[in-house]
Ligand binder design. Sequence first.
Ligand SMILES: Nc1nc2c(ncn2[C@@H]2O[C@H](COP(=O)(O)OP(=O)(O)O)[C@@H](O)[C@H]2O)c(=O)[nH]1
Ligand SMILES: [Mg+2]
Length: 444
Amino acid sequence: MLERISDKITDVVRQISGKAHISEKNIQDAIAEIKLALLEADVSLRVVRRFVNRTTEEALGEKVLRSVAPGQQFVKIVHEKLVQLLGDSRQELRLKGPDTLSVILLLGLQGSGKTTTAAKLAVSLQKAGRKPILVAADLVRPAAVEQLSILAGQGGIAIYKEAEKDPVRVVTRALKTASRQQYDTAIIDTSGRLQIDSAMMKEIQAVKKAASADEILLVADAMTGQSAVDIAKAFDEQLDLTGVILSKFDSDARGGAALSVKSITGKPIKFIGIGEKLDDLEPFYPERIATRILGMGDVVSLVEKAQSAIDAREAEQLQEKIARASFTLEDYLDQFRRMRKMGSLQSLIELIPGARGAVDESRIDEGEMTREEAIILSMTRAERLNHRIIGPSRRKRIARGSGTAVYDVNKLLKKFDKARLMMKKMTRNKKTQAAFLSQFGQGA
Ligand SMILES: Nc1nc2c(ncn2[C@@H]2O[C@H](COP(=O)(O)OP(=O)(O)O)[C@@H](O)[C@H]2O)c(=O)[nH]1
Ligand SMILES: [Mg+2]
């Protein structure tokens, strides 16, 4: 979503941060370019102006021009202002303790992603140890209840539904039932319309009253750019939102919505939807997004992602192996599996600082990964533990067993040797780390 804007701004930042001396003119030029990038990303003019004014004022202060590393000082200011723009700190959901039922109400236009987001949110709360129940209160769209049921089934989440036409009655009974059955969070999926109209607003207002919700979250489609922000404003004026969830953040739209929602509505973005699957919901961290826009890499996200895929003990063992250079093909195979758990390789690599330029993403080939996996699986355990014993006749056998050519086996073994070498340097250098990761599934 933020790629284009990030590419532009990263360029500006790279140029200026490398300079030993910078002039007022350098700063003004850099800010002008950042301004252009923001406007191109569909950020509203008002928001851009405010950002530009604040950044200019601070950057032209003596502190920057006279500092030892003026370029970096400047980048730091841009970063700070971007974080401010995005909403300062991460805003968590404000829910009650587990003994009382908390209520989350999801609102939005039709197709914005409410139903999907309701299920995603339930899955993430369940993972966090809460006991959520979904409430099917979109009684307008045919099959909306059915859609939510299916998603609930997929995520292993409880659902409250009934054959009824009045959402207020459904919500009232649902909350009673949820309390009685000791659920701690009810997530209500409501009906939307194709555009904001008074019938929808009236219905939602009635549901809101019945629900006395702890969180009133607008699900807005990030793909619609500036109009997502206008919609947020309109909903907020009538319903007093507690926050916004930007869905479809995985699209290649221009990102302006993410950058303007907070400034325009004053309401924080709490989550972003990054795909259609139930796991594709992420907390929104202004700091990390700003870092990403500036091309500084989203180190923290990467670390967290990796952590959920590798547990701490495993990681330690792996590190030891790397240090002793006793990393085997069996470990290599393990890595593939972890990579898969972490999601697409591409999205992972993007998060590594400095990796974007260093890794040729177009060369990453998940098919190659599968081929390599097949080759390793055709080896005996002894061969995996000590790849040096794999001579010509073993190579032939492995190729036949994995449905590949001897050439492929040779290639993999060569690559593995190279990877082992790289791994030794890995802990010392981030770029090497990126290059190492990019080894997986990459043609030689
Ligand atoms: N790529 C992507 N698609 C999404 C996301 N959230 C929802 N969708 C898709 O958007 C469409 C509409 O979603 P739905 O939940 O039915 O919207 P609703 O009408 O507001 O309930 C569905 O095809 C979803 O799979 C997201 O974060 N990323
Ligand atoms: Mg729906």
